[in-house]
Design a protein around this ligand. Structure first.
Ligand code: HEM
Length: 201
């Protein structure tokens, strides 16, 4: 028995599974997925808006500070998510998905994890290139590692911007694929990411 399955047994949770099974995502994976989705689209919108702010705008400093705080919090959540995932069963693909769709899903999910990681790391390298630490919601200070390259801020900025575009484009296609499965194929792909498994299902 995996150690996390003990949570399900001890907590009971009215039958709702915290952990994944071969046929369902558990509550923890589902919550982590939707926090990630909200944060990724929210950070993109915030980033897109804040780069246009002028020095005299009242959000000129507050918006980037919020973007960095959410971004670093998301980095921690992604680490937790990957850790959790490593100790979980992976729900098997639905039999209605063709082998090509199954392969595409594996690649898309892997690419999204990789893009989130590089986008967050490049964001950290933009912000800390001038040796300034990052204050996360004024509660935690994440120190700077300094600059490794002369033009680090510009280079990391270009990487951050274009990978964010790519990530949001892929995440949008990923979301559209989930909606297509739900409304056209009428299968359980989207429902599995909304309703956690139950002990008796
Ligand atoms: C409204 C937006 C979204 C919808 C409707 C959605 C829907 C889904 C669904 C249905 C699955 C399960 C797929 C399966 O069982 O084969 C899934 C998994 C996944 N989603 Fe999303 N998603 C959305 C946004 C995002 C975003 C923004 C990201 C990250 C940038 C993301 C990353 C992932 C990853 C990595 C998985 C694989 C989970 C795992 O097994 O580790 N999703 N999503």
């Amino acid at each position: 028995m995996k150690v996390f399955e003990l949570f399900d047994i001890i907590l009971g949770n009215g039958g709702i599974m915290l952990t994944n099974t071969v046929s369902h995502y558990g509550l923890v994976s589902i919550i982590l997925h939707w926090i990630t989705a909200l944060a990724v689209f929210g950070l993109f919108g915030l980033g897109f808006w804040m780069v246009e702010l002028s020095y005299y705008d009242s959000y000129y400093r507050a918006a980037p500070a919020l973007h960095k705080s959410i971004g670093l919090t998301l980095a921690l959540i992604i680490l937790l998510r990957l850790f959790w995932r490593a100790y979980q069963l992976k729900p098997t693909p639905l039999i209605s998905h063709s082998p090509m769709e199954q392969k595409a899903a594996v690649w898309v999910h892997g690419t999204l994890y990789l893009l989130m990681f590089i986008t967050m790391l490049s964001g950290y390298f933009i912000s800390t290139a001038d040796n300034r630490a990052i204050e996360v919601f004024g509660l935690v200070t994440v120190p700077s590692m300094g600059a490794f390259l002369d033009n680090q801020e510009d280079l990391a900025g270009v990487i951050h911007k274009y990978l964010a575009y790519l990530m949001v484009a892929i995440a949008t296609l990923h979301a559209l694929a989930a909606l297509k499965h739900h409304f056209f194929d009428k299968d359980k792909t989207l429902l599995r990411m909304l309703k956690p498994g139950k002990h008796w299902s």
